[in-house]
Design a protein around this ligand. Structure first.
Ligand code: MG
Length: 162
């Protein structure tokens, strides 16, 4: 068993779609980034890469590379999943926390969880998404951006990961 930790943040800006956990969420602003800037999926990707000791998202998917311009982060995370599988590991569980004042995500979270379960082929009860405000403090509290934290455990498959 290995543990990985991930963190990401992006600015909120007008004229962008807000995509979190692969779900487009109606809101007046979206996250700014080279890809779709799905901060939640980026934190998960970094956590998995961390558990594999395989660098970080920026080294695998540099924002200088036009291939990842407006890329779907579901696609990016799928590539990280494939790297993990090729190294003989599978996800055990994923626990995440989003920090944002608005929008409220309660109704969207089940769809975000389902997207991630599907991507990793996980049964229910292994993916957790929590959302909380920062009590109006800092960049998340002022609504300037959204941050995400993730802890993941991955386990060697019976086929012999080391
Ligand atoms: Mg990011």
């Amino acid at each position: 068993m290995r543990v990985g930790f991930g963190y990401d943040s992006h600015c909120l800006a007008e004229g962008r779609k807000l995509v979190l956990g692969g779900v487009v969420i109606p809101f007046e602003k979206g996250l700014l980034g080279h890809s779709d800037a799905d901060v939640l999926l980026h934190s998960i990707g970094d956590a998995i890469l961390g558990a594999l000791a395989a660098g970080d998202l920026g080294s695998h998917f540099p924002d200088s590379d036009p291939r990842w311009k407006d890329a779907s982060s579901m696609d990016i995370l799928g590539r990280i999943r494939d790297l993990m599988l090729s190294k003989g590991f599978e996800v055990n569980n994923i626990d995440t926390t989003l920090i944002l004042e608005l929008p409220k995500l309660k109704d969207n979270i089940p769809f975000m969880v389902r997207n991630i379960e599907k991507l990793f082929g996980l049964e229910q009860g292994r993916v957790s998404i929590k959302a909380k405000t920062n009590e109006k403090m800092g960049f998340t509290g002022r609504g300037e951006g959204i941050a995400a934290y993730c802890v993941v455990t991955i386990a060697g498959k019976a086929t012999g990961a080391k």
